[in-house]
Write a new protein. Structure first.
Length: 479
């Protein structure tokens, strides 16, 4: 599918775009869309680069989701207008009057009702009726809109004075489909006059390649084992293979999503946006709470700043703390999807977080080795709930994880050895790259000749793999 928009800054950008342009780990994106975009972007005068970014992002989205591009544009335009109406004029006689505050609150409520309503309609509607399609990236761009309105209302950010700046913030293609969820205040200056130093461009390119390697060389390969387990049927796998599947899916999801985040942040840095940390060695966590402080950090900070703290956080007593955590994790589950398994997943994670707060969190902090074992058992179990959408299949899988329930019958008791012989090197590689010492070593040596050589090897290995395999979209695209 091509998009018939031609002659943008002298280039026929529409002719090189198709559905695969949305997927960073595709040859079309890496060798057609991205190079042409960067050439156009840097040939354009600085003050017009935000326009190039906005138009390119909309064209890219339209190629993959043509039926929802008008929804994205309408939500963007409406939030821009609401933000302008909430803006306080410092030259007015009473810029902070009670009347002005009431007016701002009305505009804020309108924005929240619209953004939450649109998100809820598609999330719940898609879960209830498969004919209602879920717009790509809606969970991410609506959260950016909500955070923008909240920050403008609270006075933490100035309302955008230019639609091009606001449109670029909401729709920028590096973050549009799967985040990270950047705050407007962090991006405003970079979008007004996008500039990039050679050092920043180099670091962005390095992150892009590392993210590509994590996705193509680790996540996609680990996904083959999970696909094999699904093909066999959950009721027929052995207990060891069920546990191996849970661990494998946990690693696959991590390298898939962190790979995307690194690529998104890297591309952003290549056009002058600031670095955003979205993961911090989550599998080195010592508790479930600690894990979620390290995993998808921009989503966690969003719920903290716009839900948990406004509800009172931990400042209003124990019952209120428990209620606040329940609400946050219920909403986190709903954010990922409207189907029942996501609600169960959110509630389950919330229960462990609450238990750690109330009962055994201090005990975990005193037993380092056991706390790591605890995380590597509990987190994969929660990811199984996340991965298996059918409650019936979920019950069967847990019956195989814990066979004393007597669910299912193993067809091949030695099946785990077959798959370990095929995937042991990938599993060891996945665990190896979860170790903080690996990233510490790389950051220390990344500007040495062998650091550059390593990045080049990762790039060409990933490209070779892409040229010989079907394209696999990122897992978080479905949210």
């Amino acid at each position: 599918m091509t998009f018939g928009v031609e002659n943008v800054a002298g280039f026929e950008i529409g002719k090189i775009m198709s559905e695969n342009s949305l997927v960073f780990s595709s040859l079309e994106f890496l060798f057609r869309f991205l190079p042409v975009f960067l050439v156009i972007f840097y040939l354009t005068p600085v003050k017009y680069r935000k326009i190039v970014l906005f138009i390119s992002s909309i064209l890219m989205y339209a190629c993959g989701e043509p039926q929802f591009v008008l929804l994205l544009l309408a939500c963007t335009a409406l939030n821009f207008l609401i933000g302008r109406n909430m803006r306080t004029d410092p030259e007015s006689p009473c810029p902070h009057s009670r009347w002005r505050h009431k007016k701002q609150r009305k505009w804020l409520l309108l924005a929240l009702a619209t953004d939450v309503g649109v998100l809820a309609f598609f999330k719940i509607g898609n879960a209830a009726d498969s004919n209602i399609l879920l717009p790509l990236g809606i969970s991410f761009y609506t959260f950016k809109m909500i955070s923008y309105q909240m920050d403008v209302y609270r006075g933490k950010a100035e309302a955008a004075g230019s639609f091009w700046i606001f449109g670029s913030y909401i729709c920028m293609f590096p973050q549009l489909t799967s985040g990270p969820i950047m705050r407007y205040g962090d991006a405003q200056d970079s979008l007004e006059a996008p500039r990039c130093t050679p050092q920043q461009f180099e670091e962005g390119l390095r992150l892009l390649v590392i993210g590509l390697g994590a996705k193509v060389l680790l996540a996609d390969k680990l996904g083959l084992l999970w696909n094999d387990i699904q093909t066999i049927g959950f009721e027929s796998i052995s207990t060891p293979l069920a546990w191996l599947g849970a661990f494998t899916y946990s690693l696959q999801l991590y390298f898939d999503f962190e790979g995307y985040s690194l690529m998104a942040v890297g591309i952003g840095m290549m056009i002058g946006l600031p670095y955003i940390k979205n993961f911090n060695q989550p599998y080195m966590a010592v508790s479930v709470s600690d894990f979620w402080r390290r995993w998808h950090m921009t989503l966690g900070s969003w719920f903290r700043d716009y839900v948990y703290i406004p509800m009172g956080g931990n400042r209003k007593g124990l019952p209120r703390l428990v209620l606040n955590l329940c609400v946050v994790w219920l909403l986190t589950g709903l954010w990922h999807g409207g189907s029942v398994n996501f609600l169960v997943w959110g509630i389950t994670v919330g229960v462990f977080v609450i238990l750690e707060k109330l009962i055994y969190g201090k005990w975990l902090s005193r037993h380092s080795v056991l706390s790591h074992v605890y995380v590597w058992i509990i987190i994969p179990l929660t990811w199984v709930i996340f991965a298996v959408t059918s409650l019936k299949d979920l019950g069967i899988y847990f019956g195989r994880l814990f066979p004393f329930f007597g669910v299912g019958e193993t067809l091949n008791p030695g099946d785990v050895f077959k798959y370990l012989s095929m995937y042991w090197w990938l599993l060891l590689g996945g665990i190896f790259f979860c170790i903080p010492a690996v990233s510490v070593w790389f950051n220390r040596h990344k500007r040495k000749w062998y650091g550059y050589a390593l990045v080049l090897v990762i790039f060409w290995a990933a490209v070779y793999q892409l040229s010989n395999a079907a394209n696999n979209p990122f897992m978080y695209f479905r949210f």
